[in-house]
Design a protein around this ligand. Structure first.
Ligand SMILES: Nc1ncnc2c1ncn2[C@@H]1O[C@H](COP(=O)(O)OP(=O)(O)OP(=O)(O)O)[C@@H](O)[C@H]1O
Length: 647
């Protein structure tokens, strides 16, 4: 082979997608642009209506669409390969002429003049062949890495568009395996997979053309070989397809398990579940290894090398017969055997090439499942934009994470802008779920959520979310600088003074500036770790930078010490000032101070009103707060976890 392009997959370190470069940017645009998306989306919708086989058949079409932007690279690659292969096939022929010039002259004396001319020609052939090789290698590598990068970028972009419900139903590790390992399998499919396949095709075509030039009668052996080879290869591919699919799926399972264990490492450690996790991972790693070994074993069982040996013996016998009849010269015999020899390397590598192509197809299938899957696309978003004032209402809202299992039932309320609304209820009654409907993290199954009188499904998602902030129970911070974490998703985030103002309100400025690099301190992996209270205050600051009109706070301060809790509560109070605030909190003082309180019981609003009203009229509310009130109410304490403030 002219190049050694294959790098074992496990030795390669895929870098981050490089989106630079004009040609590549165009390619990426094409990969995600309207015409192709429409086409592929249409394909996906059709595929949903048909069976798995139909979906599998559409994978080559999807792949072709992905390859279309790389047509110039493909053309250069084919041209370079053609130059390489035709000149490689010509060399034995020219060498044969050199033999004839020296050995096979009628007068018995060698013709050195012709010999030197042929030698010079050979040198020129070798130089041109080398240039062809360089051109094809460069084009192929650009094509392969561009395809991988585009696929990766498409998976990532597509995941960012999916709704929360989509992720609830899938394993994060499996999804990231699609953006990494499966995208890489596309690269390997092209280089060296396609490269070897093109070599194979040209290496079969060229010798046949040149053998026909020597003597058409000698075509018998190679043509019979080609026909049998094609049949053997088709059968081989049929066996490779399912094992390749399984290998990619096992890779996804293994990655999903690894990422879940690492994400939950705290729980794994604290529950002593490390051995269990290790055993589970070992099982999945073994399943992946077994699937890969099965794939390679299937690859190795190709018949083509045996067929080639038989064909070469056939060509030799045939040539010797023709030589005896004086129909063939020694030089022609040398040329024919040389041409048959050029078939060896690609024939041996045919099953390897096919294996990579099938692995790439399996990877493409898994990538396509994400990219073309309309499920979870947040497409019910409308076009309504405009400033959010902050009036919020729910009208007969019913919602469940799974069909037929409603978590919220027939929820209705309406609050004016600037109202602070506390939501109380037993654990699991749907308090956090209600918050998630406000910024359309989820969409109700029935009924409507209205912001300023407009259903959230009619709002432009960006316009709605830019002025609606949710502070989650579990604060997610990225391993980036504090400043980058604070400015996440906010147009105002780059303004340092605004950021500092928000951090002051959130009671976070002091501990941020006390860190070695202040706002540029990197959190997590490579930087400092933060306490639960500090993380919460950063989340509050992050929410405030966006200057939201609607603030939803899922407050779980019970996990922090009382001094920190005091800081967090102070921050929460200031944050809600002048904003429509929805508050899920265990702090009685915060609930009592709310303008409006919703009492949830098993997903239904059983009562709503002010603290005094509810104490008077709502028995559930009284039961919840009985332990903290001077006059105990009948029924005893409830599990809502409300507690009196310590400061
Ligand atoms: N992502 C999810 N997928 C499926 N079910 C969920 C999901 N999140 C919550 N649930 C279920 O919905 C129900 C309500 O959960 P939710 O978190 O809204 O209750 P909550 O009142 O906020 O509880 P807590 O006070 O314990 O935080 C629970 O039965 C819960 O198991």
């Amino acid at each position: 082979m002219r190049r050694c392009l294959f790098r074992p997959p496990d030795l390669r370190t895929p870098g981050p997608p490089d989106l630079s470069g004009p040609g590549d940017a165009a390619a990426l645009d094409h990969g995600q642009g309207a015409p192709m998306t429409a086409e592929t989306m249409a394909g996906a919708t059709a595929a949903d209506d048909t069976d798995d086989d139909a979906d599998r058949r559409s994978v080559p079409r999807w792949l072709l669409a992905q390859m279309r932007p790389f047509r110039p690279y493909i053309a250069l690659f084919l041209l370079g390969s053609l130059a390489w292969q035709s000149l490689t096939a010509a060399i034995p022929l020219v060498t044969g002429l050199a033999f004839d010039a020296v050995l096979d002259q009628d007068d018995g004396s060698p013709d050195f003049g012709t010999f030197h001319a042929i030698a010079a020609g050979l040198f020129a052939l070798v130089v041109v062949r080398a240039l062809g090789g360089i051109m094809s290698t460069y084009s192929l590598e650009s094509f392969a890495s561009g395809l991988e990068r585009n696929a990766r970028a498409q998976v990532f972009a597509s995941l960012l568009r999916k709704s929360q419900g989509y992720f609830n139903r899938r394993r994060v590790g499996d999804l990231s395996a699609r953006a990494t390992g499966d995208a890489e399998s596309l690269n390997l499919m092209v280089s060296p997979g396609f490269d070897l396949a093109v070599d194979l095709a040209l290496n079969i075509l060229m010798p046949i053309v040149f053998i026909a030039l020597v003597d058409p009668r000698l075509l018998v052996s190679p043509v019979v070989f080609v026909l049998l080879f094609a049949v053997a290869l088709a059968e081989h591919g049929r066996r490779l397809e399912p094992v390749s699919d399984t290998a990619r799926e096992r890779f996804g399972d293994m990655t999903a398990q690894a990422s879940e264990s690492i994400a939950g490492i705290e729980v794994v450690g604290s529950t002593g579940g490390a051995d269990q996790e290790r055993a589970r991972f070992t099982d999945l790693a073994r399943a992946y290894r077994d699937a890969s070994v099965r794939q390679i074993r299937t690859q190795a069982l190709a018949l083509s090398p045996l067929l080639l040996t038989l064909a070469t013996v056939g060509a030799l016998v045939h040539s010797v017969i023709l030589l005896r009849d004086d129909s063939l010269s020694i030089g022609e015999l040398v040329a024919v055997l040389g041409l048959m020899g050029t078939l060896r390397a690609p024939t041996q590598l045919a099953s390897f090439s096919l294996g990579l192509i099938y692995l790439g197809m399996a990877g493409a299938q898994r990538i396509k499942e994400v990219v073309d899957d309309p499920e979870g696309e947040d497409e019910r978003g409308g076009r309504h934009t405009g400033p959010v004032v902050g009036e919020v209402a729910m009208e007969n809202v019913t919602f469940g994470y799974e069909p037929g299992k409603p978590v919220l039932r027939d929820v209705s309320f309406r609050v004016a802008p600037g109202t602070t609304v506390a939501i109380v209820g037993a654990t699991g009654s749907g308090k956090s779920t209600l918050l998630h409907l406000l910024n359309r993290t989820y969409i109700p199954d029935e009924g409507r959520v209205l912001v300023d009188g407009v259903p959230t499904t009619d709002w432009d998602i960006g316009a709605l979310r830019s002025r609606t902030s949710v502070i989650e129970q579990d604060v997610m911070l990225f391993s980036r600088s504090i400043a980058e974490n604070l400015s996440l998703g906010s147009d105002n985030g780059t303004d340092r003074s605004r950021m500092e103002d928000a951090a002051r309100i959130a009671q976070a400025h002091d501990f941020i500036t006390a860190a070695e690099n202040g706002y540029d301190t990197v959190i997590g992996e490579r930087g400092v770790t933060l306490s639960g209270g500090q993380r919460q205050r950063l989340a509050i600051a992050r929410a405030l930078i966006a200057d939201p009109r609607i603030l939803a706070v899922d407050d779980a301060t019970s996990a922090v010490d009382s001094a920190t809790e005091y800081e967090v509560q102070r921050a929460m109070r200031q944050a809600s000032d002048g904003r429509t605030t929805f508050l899920v909190t265990p702090r009685l003082s915060r609930i009592r101070a709310a303008d409006h309180i919703l009492v949830l019981d098993a997903g239904r609003i059983v009562d709503q009103g002010s603290h005094e009203q509810l104490l008077r009229d709502c028995s559930l509310y009284r039961r919840i707060f009985a332990p903290y009130l001077s006059t105990p109410a009948p029924g005893g304490p409830d599990s809502a976890g409300a507690k009196e403030e310590s400061h």
